[in-house]
Design a protein around this ligand. Structure first.
Ligand code: RIB
Ligand code: CA
Length: 308
């Protein structure tokens, strides 16, 4: 079966970096688009270029929105550091972005190919802008597999997950499009897929340049979770959105109606899923509730080690 055609929209970010490596192994990545999120756009774009150069990936990177639709830009240095990819010694990046028009790239790529998956793993600004500028592309999509939201507690606030909170108006547009098939990997799912010292050691044992770089990323990422929550495990959020496209058999999904709170003082960015038995709200997405974490972890470690 042909590899799924995807556009990976991201804000690297430690877990975004792993999602890039995983996607390149299992998908036909037509483009990587970047957005302000974990770090400012200049850095998330540089980090995407860094990962592509490090892994020898011939994938165009297009820079996108440097701020959300309406709310002020916010970043996540506590989780990802000032550069967005703190931890490893930072290699020189010789590559440049293919354009600063990620939205145009999304529109033209979807118009030029059948059955493209959009895989956004950062704030949904680029996706919302593309849908607003070119509504015709929605029905051409194979689907939208996003990392964002939560059925249950958030991370950036008690009620909201960072990607949705960072641009709630964009998220509301995306969830409301009724795209043929929106798959949501929220925190309730992604916290089931954690890396720890075992995976870090496996990458170090492999010893390639890419696996050593990712082992350094994991150690930084893990240190943050250890300090903040006393955990020896760090969730691999963004790779879940890739695996939901390449290996949906590893997941359990339930169709739900999900809406996004944009105005609440305490609930801005909350993804409100209607879980009422017998609700008459028609579903607009497939919410991932569980996955085979062992199989998913093995796929992630194997993908990273496959780069030599
Ligand atoms: O809340 C987790 C999400 O926010 C992940 O995509 C992570 O990379 C950050 O963007
Ligand atoms: Ca991300």
């Amino acid at each position: 079966m042909a590899a799924p055609k995807i556009i990976l929209d991201c804000d690297p970010g430690h877990d975004d970096a792993v999602a890039i490596l995983l996607a390149a192994q299992h998908c036909d990545v037509l483009a990587i688009t970047t957005v302000s999120g974990n770090a400012p756009l200049t850095l998330t774009t540089q980090n995407a270029l860094l990962m592509c150069e490090l892994a020898g990936l011939d994938i165009p990177v297009h820079a996108g929105a440097d701020r959300p639709l309406l709310v002020p830009a916010a970043h996540a240095p506590r989780a990802h550091g000032a550069t967005g990819l703190d931890g490893p010694p930072r290699p020189e990046v010789h590559r440049s972005e293919a354009s600063n028009d990620a939205v145009g790239c999304i529109i033209e790529t979807v118009r030029g190919h059948d059955d493209v998956w959009l895989v956004p793993v950062g704030p949904l600004t680029n996706i919302a802008l593309a849908f607003r500028q070119a509504p015709d592309i929605v029905e051409r999509l194979a689907g939208v597999s996003l990392m964002g939201g939560a059925i249950g507690p958030g991370n950036v606030t008690p009620t909201a997950e960072f990607n949705i909170w960072a641009d709630p108006h964009a998220a509301q547009i995306v969830f409301a499009t009724g795209a043929p098939l929106v798959r949501m990997a929220g925190l309730n799912l992604t916290h089931q897929l954690c890396v720890g010292p075992t995976e870090t050691a496996a990458l170090r044992t492999h010893g390639g340049a890419v696996s050593t770089f990712v082992a350094d990323l994991f150690e930084f990422y893990l240190a943050g979770y250890r300090e903040r929550a006393g955990l020896e495990a760090a969730p691999m959020h963004d790779p879940c959105a890739v695996l939901a496209v390449t290996r949906p058999d590893l997941f359990a999904f339930t169709a739900r109606h999900v809406d996004v709170e944009t105005d609440g003082t305490l609930t801005r960015g909350m993804t409100v899923a209607d879980e009422r038995p017998g609700t008459d709200a028609s579903p607009n997405c497939e919410v991932a509730y569980s996955l085979d974490a062992d199989a998913a972890l093995a796929l992630i470690v194997d993908a990273v080690c496959s780069y030599g």
